[in-house]
Design a protein around this ligand. Sequence first.
Ligand code: UDP
Ligand code: MG
Length: 314
Amino acid sequence: MKDQLISIVLPVFNEEAGIQATIDTLLNYIEQQEEHYELVFVDDGSQDKSVSIIKNALNLHDNIKLVEFSRNFGHQLAITAGLQYTKGDAVVVMDADLQDPPEVIPQMIKKWNEGYEIVYGKRMQRDGETIFKKFTAKMFYRTFQKLATIDMPLDTGDFRLMDRKAVHQLLKLHEQDPFVRGQVTWIGFRQTSVQYHRQERLAGETKYPLSKMIKLALDGITSFSMKPLQFVNIFSIVPLVSGVLSLGYMIASSSYSLAGVGVTILLFTLGLLMLSIGILGSYLGRVLDQVNNRPRFIVSKTEGFEERNKGIHH
Ligand code: UDP
Ligand code: MG
């Protein structure tokens, strides 16, 4: 439909190696579409030439916009910020490295026009990613499904289309460390998926080192599941029962020097205790973050959002 405006949000962190190709590919894609498009780049504190490359393109094309963070706040917040600046009737979120192919967008739009407010991309195949990444991701989604109170679809990332109504509701959630794909499931609406083949990264390295992956996984679990907290209770049964049993054994055999048993129980108990404290700590950290109530991110500059009259943009 000709009058629809589609916004594409692209979080960017040190993508100088491939960002020009991403821009060119997207502009070329947009030219062939009936709908109007805007590209909202969110620079998540890049230290390289990403920003200047985007700015050059922005000066040439009315439909390119840029939001700059004052430092690196992380992928999930870059997405959240980007959504705030979109105007489209529908918004698509995608990686800035062309791992999510733009050719999938028309399929998403088709579903959207059929009445779905959320259309997520489901990865059928993932190229160019390490076995470790694929394995841990698979494990994570399956564990998450067991633990969480929401029914998040398996193997979906942040590549998805959302109707304006859904975006509006999503932006009302104010978690300090958002797990966007969980939030999207949580808000409801009519949701469906389109399958796609996740491509190899065009250029550069992944910007998701293990530490960021662990943070994302922990944010996901601690924001959508209370079950680990209940484990703390369940775990405490083990040392308690072992204690009673060893006491019983000592009384029954009237031998009071069971050093071996004692040490085993002690180590085991200590392990459980530390694990329990760790679980509590993860949740407490999240509470503390929320209580601190800092702004979630700081935008240092925006460009391209003012009315520009360089002609019709497609
Ligand atoms: N990204 C970001 N901030 C970060 C890390 C990543 O904005 O702290 C961006 C990155 O530039 C990319 C997207 O988020 O456009 C997804 O990151 P990446 O492609 O490195 O993750 P992967 O696809 O390897 O899981
Ligand atoms: Mg990527």
